[in-house]
Design a protein. Structure first.
Length: 388
C-alpha cells in the first residue's frame, strides 16, 4: 500500500498555529488510519498513538476556548481602565493655557488689538465663551484690571460686558470711535496700509459693536450724520436722550425744538428797560453849552525808556481780534508751523487738522472768550519750540 503524502501550504503565523492545533492531529489520525486496512485490527502501539493524538487534540481545543474567553475578558478590562483613567485625568485649566499662550497686557499695548488677539486664541483653543472673562482677568493690568474688579459680580462674568467697560474706560467706546472716525485725516508720513487698517478698525468698532444687522448699521450712519448737522443746542439736547435708532432721534429733536420755542416765548427780560426822556428847557432860557472834557496829565516817555509794546490783541479765534496780530514760526512736535501770538490767552489753540487723532482718552479744557462764550476744547500735550 502506497502511503499518501500530506502537503503543508505556506500560511501566515495564525493559520500555521490553527493548522498545528486543529488540523495536524486530524491529518495524522487520517494518515495513520489509512495505513491500517479496514478489516485489520490496529497494532497495540498504533492504538496508543491514536489515543494520545485524540487526547492532545481535545486538550488543545480546550486551551483555545480558554484563551478566547480570556482575550474577551482582557479587552473588557482594558476598556474599563481607559474609561476610569479618562474620568480621573483633569482637563487643562484654560487660565494656565492663557498665561502660556498670551503675554500679559502692558501700558504700551493697544487695548483693542490685545482683546482681538485674545478672542482669536480663545476661539482656536475652543475655550468656553462663558469663561472668557475669568480667563482674561489675570492678564489685565492698570485701568483694564480696575474695570474688571469694579464691575458687579453678575456683570464681570460676561466677556461682552467686560469688554464694553474696558473700552469705555480707555476712551474707546462706540461714540468715541465714531468721533475718531469722522476726525480721521491722512498722514503722509505714515504707511498707507497701516492707516487704512486703523481706519477700518475704528469703523468696525463704531458700526459693528454689539453685532447689529445691516439695517442697524445703516441707522448708525444716518444718526451720526444727522447729529453732526444739527445746531449745537439741538445736538446737545438730543444727544442727552441717547437715542437708539432714527425714530428716537427724530423724537428727541422735535422735543428739543418744542422746548426751545416755548422757552423763547416765555422768556422775559431780567431787568425792565429804562426809558430816558430828554429834559426840555423852558422857553426863553439858554441851553448850557457842554465843554469837551479836559484831558488829564499824561506821562511823557523818557528818551532812554524802551519803546512801549503795542496794545494787547484780542483772543485768537474771536471775530474782533486784530488783523495785524504778530506771528512767529514755531515747531510743533517737530513740524514747522506759523503761529499767531496772543498775549491775552492763557492757552494755545491748535487746529484739529494739525494733530492727527489718537485712540487715547482726550482731556477737555473749558475756554472762555472775552465776550463770555465758553467752549470745551480737546487738549493734548505737545512740544512747541521756536525756530533757531
Amino acid at each position: 500500500m502506497t502511503p499518501s503524502h500530506v502537503v503543508f501550504p505556506l500560511l501566515d503565523w495564525f493559520d500555521c498555529f490553527f493548522f498545528l492545533v486543529f488540523l495536524l492531529p486530524h491529518a495524522l489520525l487520517a494518515h495513520v488510519s489509512s495505513l491500517v486496512s479496514p478489516g485489520d485490527a490496529p497494532p497495540p502501539a498504533m492504538e496508543e498513538l491514536l489515543k494520545h493524538f485524540t487526547e492532545l487534540s481535545i486538550r488543545q481545543q480546550q486551551i483555545m476556548e480558554h484563551m478566547a474567553s480570556r482575550q474577551g475578558e482582557t479587552e473588557r478590562e482594558l476598556a474599563a481602565l481607559r474609561m476610569a483613567a479618562g474620568a480621573r485625568t483633569p482637563l487643562p485649566d484654560p487660565r494656565v493655557q492663557a498665561t502660556q499662550l498670551l503675554p500679559r497686557m502692558t501700558s504700551h499695548d493697544d487695548v483693542t488689538m490685545y482683546l482681538q488677539m485674545f478672542e482669536t486664541v480663545a476661539t482656536g483653543e475652543a475655550w468656553p465663551k462663558a469663561e472668557w472673562a475669568r480667563i482674561i482677568a489675570p492678564l489685565l493690568t492698570t485701568e483694564a484690571q480696575r474695570a474688571y474688579f469694579t464691575l458687579p459680580p453678575e456683570l464681570n462674568e460676561s466677556y461682552e460686558e467686560l469688554k464694553k467697560e474696558i473700552l469705555g474706560r480707555m476712551g474707546l467706546s462706540p461714540l468715541s470711535a465714531a468721533q475718531l472716525f469722522n476726525e480721521w485725516a491722512f498722514d503722509p508720513r505714515q504707511p498707507a496700509r497701516a492707516q487704512a487698517a486703523n481706519l477700518s478698525r475704528l469703523a468696525q468698532h463704531w458700526l459693528l459693536a454689539g453685532g447689529p444687522n445691516a439695517h442697524q448699521v445703516a441707522e448708525r450712519v444716518v444718526m451720526d450724520c444727522l447729529l453732526r448737522a444739527l445746531p449745537r443746542p439741538l445736538r446737545q439736547a438730543a444727544g442727552m436722550r441717547n437715542p437708539a435708532n432714527v425714530d428716537e432721534l427724530v423724537e428727541a429733536i422735535e422735543l428739543a425744538e418744542a422746548t426751545q420755542h416755548r422757552e423763547v416765548g416765555e422768556r422775559a427780560p431780567l431787568f425792565p428797560r429804562r426809558v430816558v426822556q430828554e429834559r426840555r428847557t423852558p422857553e426863553g432860557t439858554q441851553r448850557p453849552v457842554s465843554r469837551p472834557p479836559v484831558p488829564g496829565p499824561r506821562d511823557e516817555p523818557m528818551p532812554t525808556e524802551a519803546p512801549r509794546s503795542p496794545l494787547r490783541p484780542w483772543l485768537a479765534g474771536c471775530a474782533v481780534h486784530k488783523e495785524n496780530a504778530p506771528r512767529a514760526e514755531v515747531h510743533l512736535n517737530g513740524r514747522p508751523f506759523l503761529a499767531l501770538l496772543d498775549s491775552g490767552s492763557a492757552v494755545s489753540l491748535v487746529k484739529t487738522a494739525v494733530l492727527p487723532p489718537q485712540p487715547e482718552a482726550k482731556t477737555k479744557l473749558f475756554i472762555t472768550c472775552v465776550h463770555g462764550d465758553t467752549r470745551d476744547v480737546p487738549a493734548r500735550r505737545v512740544t512747541i519750540a521756536g525756530v533757531k
